[in-house]
Design a protein around this ligand. Structure first.
Ligand code: HEC
Ligand code: HEC
Ligand code: CA
Ligand code: CA
Ligand code: CA
Length: 483
């Protein structure tokens, strides 16, 4: 379904507020507002076409809002691309097993692993959970570890990731324990919000004490719209960066420059620290790091020579996952579509959401959560070429302050830097995953808490949020929930 903003005034006004291009249009004079309300009323009378939502993913968007909202392919794919999507879907969803197994082509899991399928951490192609006792254990996070004195380097015994599961006959590397810490934030109107964060601990370390380590806990993000983000031209991302803050707005933003094994330079786009430049690279890192599956880029099993039980484990082939399967998995992630914004049909609610969209611009959220980007012609998928879309990210690294810091280097990203996450789909995580945990480690229990954690380059924006009236805060949150 192609979305045409000119055909539909309601959608075009709301699209204007997400894109922030025609801000004037959202500040319409009184008589036009009345006209708009009349039109809304007319729409309510015709429920069949009431919800014609703006296209966050450009013409690749899908109208979807239930539990499977993140699981649809972009419309109009060729038959071949749809078939590849279905095959990729089964590789993504199905469990891998230990070798040797009769499940031909699905073995080689481990010896250590964090989960036995991609979808365990990206459930319904959505958001994973941190290992909170009784809630999130084994449901969607990874733990990176480095020695304290070698920032970002793999641990000499445990490797770059600490996996809390293992195949039979091999010990899990340890158990991740979170100790909750609470704090409070006061708003200008006197109301308070409670924030939660954790102290991380590894218990039952199987291969001797870890020693002093730096740890980074991260949850799996929703995997929608990635084929669009993959083909935003490098020049556009570089243009958004302002590493020495020349315009003095307190926001810098840095490109994560990646140097591949072949010496080629590229821009990191994927992961919470933008440490992977392409979907293929991200998929192969996940296969190896999260599931213990060797592949064309990572040929050696994911254990160190000090882990003797793991060293003796059977292999599922060399590599366990071949280039063909990697391509199917990457294709699957590439074409998962972005659901349309769910614009309210009720005129009061619509006015509130539009007010929230204006606030989003006014308090500089959009300086990092950039509303509009465009792909070039380089995608292998025709539908993803030359698409204007609304991801709410600049794909850049930002220093987000001490509160969010994991204090562990990842490639060129420091322990305080994080990539601006896209906000599309953020209001649907609850419907898809049954929770509203946000931020890289899932510490925020709501959108509001996620905003309150913003520090560093995001501090000014966060302070302006705290200074808003309750009415304006609620409008902003209502707006974000429509994304
Ligand atoms: C144990 C949990 C876990 C498993 C299993 C897992 N992932 Fe992930 N995934 C993550 C985390 C955590 C991140 C963020 C990584 C980072 O910050 O570097 C991520 C990031 C991604 C991204 C980038 C998303 C973005 O917005 O940047 C893609 C694509 C992805 N995973 C695909 C896969 C595929 C395909 C598989 C299966 C081969 C898989 N994942 C298995 C946890 C997991
Ligand atoms: C300086 C850049 C910057 C600004 C300004 C900024 N953000 Fe963010 N935002 C980020 C980064 C980076 C993260 C990820 C932090 C993390 O996970 O540790 C983030 C995370 C979020 C999240 C959680 C996303 C998720 O997927 O878990 C929400 C919601 C959010 N921001 C909303 C806002 C709003 C609303 C504003 C304005 C009040 C704002 N941001 C201003 C950079 C920014
Ligand atoms: Ca293996
Ligand atoms: Ca390990
Ligand atoms: Ca700046």
């Amino acid at each position: 379904m192609r979305f045409d903003p000119r055909r539909d005034r309601l959608s075009s006004a709301s699209l204007a507020c997400i894109a922030g291009v025609f801000v004037l249009q959202t500040l319409t004079p009184q008589h036009e507002e009345v006209a708009a309300k009349k039109e809304v009323a007319a729409k309510e009378a015709a429920p069949a076409q009431a919800m014609h939502a703006p296209n966050l993913g450009g013409q690749t968007s899908v109208a979807a809002d239930g539990g499977h909202a993140f699981s649809l392919p972009v419309p109009g794919l060729s038959r071949e691309d749809r078939r590849a999507f279905s095959v990729g879907n089964s590789f993504f969803r199905d469990n891998w097993v230990a070798a040797p197994a009769s499940a031909e082509g699905r073995d080689g899991l481990g010896p250590h692993f964090s989960a036995n399928s991609c979808s365990a951490c990206h459930q319904e192609d959505g958001r994973g959970l941190p290992p909170i006792a009784g809630v999130g254990v084994g449901r969607g996070s990874v733990l990176f570890v480095s020695p304290a004195n070698a920032d970002g380097a793999p641990h000499p015994v445990y490797g770059a990731q600490l996996q809390d599961q293992a195949i039979e006959g091999v010990r899990p590397e340890g158990r991740i324990e979170l100790q909750s810490q609470r704090s409070f934030v006061a708003f200008i109107d006197g109301s308070r919000a409670e924030l939660e964060r954790w102290d991380l601990r590894v218990q039952d370390a199987a291969y001797g004490p870890l020693g002093e380590v730096r740890m980074s806990l991260r949850v799996g993000p929703q995997v929608i719209g990635l084929g669009l983000l993959e083909h935003v031209p490098d020049a556009v991302i570089r243009e958004l960066a302002d590493p020495s803050d020349r315009d003095g707005d307190g926001i810098s933003g840095r490109v994560h420059e990646i140097r591949g094994a072949d010496g080629r330079a590229s821009i990191g786009r994927f992961g919470w620290k933008a440490s992977q430049p392409t979907l293929d690279a991200q998929v192969m890192a996940a296969l190896h790091g999260d599931m213990g599956l060797t592949n064309p880029t990572h040929r050696a099993e994911n254990h160190t020579s000090s882990q003797s039980d793991a060293v003796q484990a059977a292999s599922g082939g060399d590599p366990e996952v071949d280039a063909h399967k990697v391509a199917r998995l990457a294709h699957y992630c590439r074409v998962l579509a972005v659901p349309m914004q769910r614009v309210p049909t009720n005129s009061e609610e619509l006015a509130r959401v539009q007010r929230g969209a204006q606030t989003f611009q006014a308090i500089d959220c959009a300086k990092c959560h950039v509303t509009t980007l465009t792909t070039d012609e380089s995608s292998p998928i025709e539908q993803l070429r030359n698409v204007e879309f609304h991801p709410f990210t600049d794909l850049l690294l930002h220093d987000m302050g001490e509160g969010l810091a994991d204090n562990r280097r990842d490639g060129d990203a420091t322990g305080r830097e994080w990539r601006t996450p896209p906000l599309w789909g953020i209001g649907l995580i609850e419907a898809v995953n049954g929770h509203t945990r946000l931020l890289h480690d899932g510490r925020a229990r709501s959108i509001e808490e996620a905003i309150l954690w913003h520090g560093g380059e995001g501090q000014r924006s966060r302070d302006r949020f705290v200074g808003l009236t309750k009415r304006d805060r609620d409008a902003l949150l209502a707006y974000l929930k429509t994304l």
